[in-house]
Design a protein around this ligand. Sequence first.
Ligand SMILES: [Mg+2]
Length: 263
Amino acid sequence: MKSILAGRQRALLERFARPGVLVALDFDGTLAPIVAHRRRARMRVGTRRALARLARLCPVVVISGRARADAARRVAGLGVRAVIGNHGAEPAPRAAALRARVRRWSELLRGRLAGLAGVTLEDKRYSLTVHYRQAHDPRAARRAILAALEGLRGVRLIGGKFVFNLVARTAPDKGRAVERERRRLRCGRVIYVGDDDTDEDVFALATRRTVLAVRVGASRTSRAEYCVREQLEIDELLAAIARALACSTRPRGAENGRKPRSR
Ligand SMILES: [Mg+2]
């Protein structure tokens, strides 16, 4: 996996980072470092500043696995155009039916997971997350959780960093959410940054030449072609995109004689 900030890839990044680009970002592990207690996840001051600057230069959206309101609180006041929650499923059409289904899973699992120390069930209305970061024996916890999930209908199970995400098979995923936002905001290209299994739905879109997929942390199994080496580098990546945009929106830099898209 090549670093998008290194050598040759910089030119590719600069080709994407021009007027008409949408920057879409995951939150946990991407904009904010992963922390032991998820409620305490927050961006560094430098990341906030870089994100606010970028949001003045192009549309920026955040697509998180958190409930939408939760993610929105964490990026409030920075000029982000939209916050999508629940791995792409919030907001979504047929929300009531989706909620009813997730509630059934939630009620079932609450009983089944009750005795497992260090395992918590988070009900985010339109998806569930089972966390086991706090378990003494994460492997044993994984096995027990998988056993508890048996028989749930219509579930798409997405792994992650000490979590299992349960989303409805019929609900929009992050890939669909990115495409929807790209069309809504009339952008021709997308730079997407994420760090986990649920971001693979967006990385899979990168076979189209309109999506630049960047993973936080190199991985052999990811469909993303590019990465930043660690979460700390997100500030540099946001700044690099902003710099490229600032250069290309100067009158002299208007590409191919076309006027930059107005915002
Ligand atoms: Mg993440």
